[in-house]
Design a protein around this ligand. Structure first.
Ligand SMILES: C[S@@+](CC[C@H](N)C(=O)[O-])C[C@H]1O[C@@H](n2cnc3c(N)ncnc32)[C@H](O)[C@@H]1O
Length: 262
């Protein structure tokens, strides 16, 4: 029975919170620009779950979703796009391309979420990507990224999280301090004991916020803003509320948003 679970479905359940992500984008865009964003491009979209949430939110919303991997796009088309209404489906387009060269028209919002851009291993590659985002944003558009770190981030450790009817396992398998590159895996454990070993594998560089901001500036972005998550006093965990600040806490594991203005 366990074998029938689908790794993309488990990923969406365990890793993504597309409602909260789009709430943040909608509210921040309106605050920055005094208007509502309409067009959005989801880079490294995987199953295009976030882009689907965007088009569900408003009949004014249009989305493009870009990924290199045809198979994951096909899964997203069938399981996410296919479940939208006909009208919603007309406002979303999946694009099989490199994010640096998707041929997409200028948009209000570009998203690079779940740290996917950490896959670019050198400053030159990252600069190339950020420049391509800068070129394909409207003049008053915004680029949204997330970032993670903390003193546990470069450790070779495994973290387990109970997700109800399965367990999500995040493994930091190796970290090389000389180039800051690391191998990470996502595994899933099912109630019958089945292990979906290495369901997802990421080889990336553990970038720091100042590096990311410096490269955004070098790519032509005028301003960059960091939104840090508050702490729930009861649990001492993140409370899901992100506020703009220049001072974060020395947490073992943090995530934040970065917003860049072209
Ligand atoms: C960590 S997953 C991201 C999933 C999704 N964005 C999310 O928020 O959970 C990374 C995705 O980026 C895609 N990818 C990697 N390099 C890419 C590139 N240069 N251009 C487009 N997609 C790329 C992979 O195929 C994979 O689906």
């Amino acid at each position: 029975m366990g074998k029938k679970r689908d790794k993309h479905e488990l990923y969406q359940l365990a890793v993504q919170d597309v409602e909260a992500e789009i709430d943040f984008v909608v509210d921040s865009f309106e605050e920055f620009r005094g208007r509502r964003a309409k067009s959005l491009r989801e880079d490294f979209c995987g199953t295009a779950n976030t882009a689907c949430e965007w088009v569900r939110r408003s009949p004014e919303h249009r989305a493009m979703a870009v990924d290199l991997d045809k198979k994951v796009l096909a899964w997203g088309q069938k399981n996410n796009v296919g479940k939208l209404s006909k009208g919603q489906q007309k406002r979303i387009k999946l694009i099989n391309a490199d994010v640096r060269d998707s041929g997409a028209k200028p948009v209000d919002v570009v998203l690079a979420m779940n740290f996917s851009y950490y896959l670019f291993l050198t400053r030159a590659e990252m600069l190339g990507y950020f420049k391509s985002v800068h070129r394909t944003l409207k003049n008053d558009g915004l680029f949204f990224l997330d970032a993670y770190g903390g003193y546990d981030a470069p450790k070779e450790i495994e973290e387990r999280r109970d997700c109800g009817d399965f367990t999500y396992i995040w493994e930091q398998a190796s970290f090389n301090p000389i180039d800051s590159q690391m191998q990470c895996y996502i595994h899933f454990e099912l109630p019958d004991g089945t292990l979906m070993n290495r369901a997802f594998s990421y080889y990336w560089r553990l970038w720091t916020i100042p590096e990311i901001r410096e490269i955004l500036t070098a790519a032509g972005f005028q301003e960059t803003w960091v939104y840090w998550e508050g702490t729930d006093p009861k649990t001492n965990e993140g409370d899901g509320i992100f506020s703009q600040t220049e001072e974060g806490d020395a947490d073992p594991g943090w995530i934040c948003y970065v917003v860049a203005e072209p």
